[in-house]
Design a protein around this ligand. Structure first.
Ligand SMILES: [Zn+2]
Ligand SMILES: [Zn+2]
Length: 207
């Protein structure tokens, strides 16, 4: 499996490219900014993108999706409960002093239990609200892509519209109950593991 992490944009967001080495099919998770860099990485690795997935629709996770869809023709997928977050993204960016390109509406909605196939790779969708209503994680192939639900040592904010500390607690609990050697790839910051977060994440003490 090919996994590439690119730190993009002013909020240092992690864009992931996850590809199947055999079929060269790939998905892009959270293309927040810097579409040219993301496209270069795809070309260098000879990948064909079949899906662009938003773990959630905050502006720092979606900003490059328009350009990438244009270049790759890939479908955009997200959870339906983030429709409102998606519609607010431009204003949210402006509030932070950034300008967001027009992002095409997602093509399909994905929900708890759905499977996302990328060549021979398969990922299960977990609906993990708390940081936003339609937050999802993608679980499979020894990794879990978590967006802003969990970070190394911490968790996502719950004070944005659609955030909920109670929902974040139950989503967090589901994540740290996964197998301990599973690798966590978050929306910001370095990678970690479930076992490490079970021991070291401050939020364990808040449950
Ligand atoms: Zn976020
Ligand atoms: Zn973020």
């Amino acid at each position: 499996m090919i996994v590439k992490r690119l730190v993009v944009g002013p909020l240092q967001e992690n864009t992931y490219i996850v590809g199947d080495e055999v079929t060269k099919r790939a998905m892009i998770i959270d293309p927040g900014d810097e579409p040219d860099r993301i496209l270069d990485e795809i070309k260098v690795n000879g990948l064909e993108v079949s899906a662009i997935i938003f773990t959630h629709a905050h502006f720092d996770h979606i900003g490059a999706a328009g350009d990438l869809k244009k270049e790759t023709g890939a479908k955009i997928l997200m959870h339906k409960n983030d429709k409102e977050t998606f519609s607010l993204a431009k204003d949210q960016a402006a509030f932070w002093g950034f300008e967001l390109d027009d992002i095409p509406m997602p093509d399909e909605f994905i929900d708890e239990g759905d499977k996302v196939k990328v060549g021979n790779l398969s990922f299960k969708v977990m609906h993990t609200p708390g940081h936003s209503k339609g937050g999802i994680c993608l679980l499979g192939e020894g990794i879990v892509l978590t967006g802003d639900t969990i970070f190394q040592g911490s968790v996502g904010r719950t004070d944005f519209p659609g955030g909920s500390i109670e929902e974040l607690k139950s989503s967090f609990k589901r994540l740290i109950e996964l197998p301990e050697d599973l690798q966590i790839l978050s929306g910001h910051g370095p990678e970690t593991t479930v076992g490490r977060e079970r021991k070291e994440n401050f939020f364990v003490g808040e449950l």
